[in-house]
Design a protein around this ligand. Sequence first.
Ligand code: ZN
Ligand code: ZN
Ligand code: FE
Length: 764
Amino acid sequence: MEKIRRLRVEINGAVQGVGFRPFVYRLAKSLELRGWVINDTRGVFIEVEGAQPALASFLERLPKERPPRSIIHRLSADWLDPIGYTAFEIRHSDEQGQKTALVLPDIATCSECLAEVFDPANRRYHYPFTNCTNCGPRFSIIEALPYDRPNTTMRRFAMCAECQTEYENPADRRFHAQPNACPVCGPHIELWTQGGVVLSKGEAALAQAAAALRKGEIVAVKGLGGFLLMADAGDNAAILRLRQRKPRRDKPFAVMVADLAQAHALCEIPSQAEKLLTSVEAPIVLMQRKMHAPISDQVAPGNPNLGVMLPYTPLHHLLLRGFGSPVVATSGNLSDEPICTDEHEALQRLAHIADCFLVHNRPIARHVDDSVAWVVCGEARLLRRARGYAPLPVLAHHDLPPILAVGAHLKNTVALSVGRQVFISQHIGDLETPEALAAFERVIADFLRLYETTPIAIAHDLHPDYLSTRWAQQQGGQLIAVQHHHAHLAACLAENGTDGPALGVTWDGTGYGTDGSVWGGEFLLGGTAGFERIAHLRPFRLPGGEAAIHEPRRTALGLLWEMEGEALLERDIAPIADFCSSDRHMLVQMLKHGVNTPQTTGAGRLFDGVAALLGLHQKVTFEGQAAMSLEFSADTSVTDAYPLPVVSQVSSATTEAARPRCILDWQPLIEAVLDDMERGMAKSVIAARFHNALVNAIVEVACLAGVEQVALSGGCFQNRLLTERATQRLGQVGFKVLLHRQVPPNDGCIALGQVAVAAARLRG
Ligand code: ZN
Ligand code: ZN
Ligand code: FE
């Protein structure tokens, strides 16, 4: 007789809410094994008994045949003596113990559910909350771990007999699908007026919402992780009204389309972008817009790209099919505040924007914006990380102590390390309003509660005035201040599985330097543990400080001031002419006396300054607007470059053994730009030569640095031309180029970097 043995298996990773237990159940049954499977706060536990070959087969097939949405980080197995199980069962979740099971992100509607929603014979026909174990809400409805219905916002809906049967049947696609619902027992939609009066319900509400869009109205739609404001993307007047009300002057809007065919009508979609677009994460994908795309020019004015997403819940599918053509779909908020999640709050906050409200009664546990992604250097990369991705962790290549990192000021995210996992929050936004600060505090409390972790240290930005820094200081305990660009470098290293050494080319608009000045065009040599600032842009002054962010012409003035002082007033060029005479003279006086003219090495500002010189933008309505125009105007067939000499500075501090620091002197570059302009050279050529100069300088400093790896991070690497050219050239010279993939290159990556640096400091 064959020997009976018992096998105990522990699996950690994304194994809850993805149909893992029913999969184990079916596998065990098919192999005639007995025992049980259970979810607990750490993952999935299994005990199976049976003949040795069957157990071996079970162990082999477990990782191979796992459900498509699951991720196994660790699988351990112990062989034990049998204790005589008689059947296989799925046991109730165990809520004790450390909470390290992964909270899954929300998953776009699967094809099977979609087919049911559009099948008139199905009991879920046109039901907006249809889901199964392979799809549906997760992160946006979870209130506590483990992931079971009573711990979600679905707890207030008691399942009907039919749903309960599906839920309990291991052979059903909805076995233990926590948000399982149907028209009889689940959430419902209503269309409300601005005053909260019910206009219609159910199917009628959908039809009326589509009709409102057709009339050019703005509809606030409560979706998965918050409200989206929708308007007919083909209706100029509607989009303009949305821009005025939000207010959002020029910043591009994203578009939601009913299906892939509509997306193809709008954009050139390379196969990789299509894969991203149709992925279960279903992000907004930035793609090249087609010349005669049937869409208002107001959707993304002056932008060759368009952000497009597919519907990701049945509600969105139904509304988009009902409406029939693309809609603008932008976060339901005011400018950079967090997205609105509650229908009653929405009536207050969005009253002056939306004409009507399509709402439902499934509460949203936490805000989750739409993610933004694109394909750069042949790979999918993120620009905003939220729905579909958060809160999945980035895996560190070694164990980290529990650290809370509070991120930067703009595009804030927070992070928490638990073992090797660094959980990164969804995009929170710019910490400039009370709403954003409240959301920031809510997300931190949420993370600490979900993972029941007490951090031993809080990592924050070096900037003393950031609200995130102040918040950290109020908490007390061990604080670790991390320089902004060091965090950029460390984040890029962390997600590429290394601690360095590398050359970090960390370029952005602004970050507080170790000398108290504004950095942003930095070359940091080092790794997670520390860095040396081996090169940076030649500093220049910003007349009026922060005001220069909104007025690139001020940056142009600051650059010219360094070159020629008061003589700049004689110049007949766009940024000078754009000031009225008194402002012009006042700013020059400020520069002369050093009043409110902070020094910066910000690379983002150099883009702004050159864009202003070219007459592209003298004032902007969102950060990066001028730099984007400069990128978009570049003729990519131009290969020559302006001079941007890397000059070694002779250090006066002779005691320092460190190598001399290099300065990228932008003066010859600006002079060449001015010469070309005088000669009437096309802006497209000037813009290209400018980009090429930056690429040359990056390669030159990399050669001086003497390391094999170069990490590119910072908001400037949202510039595709700069990123792809730099990556290509560095690669040709033999460098290994590290780019962001799981977190954005902008300040959305700072929290991850802060965790990595803080962990290295704690290790000593
Ligand atoms: Zn499904
Ligand atoms: Zn039901
Ligand atoms: Fe930054």
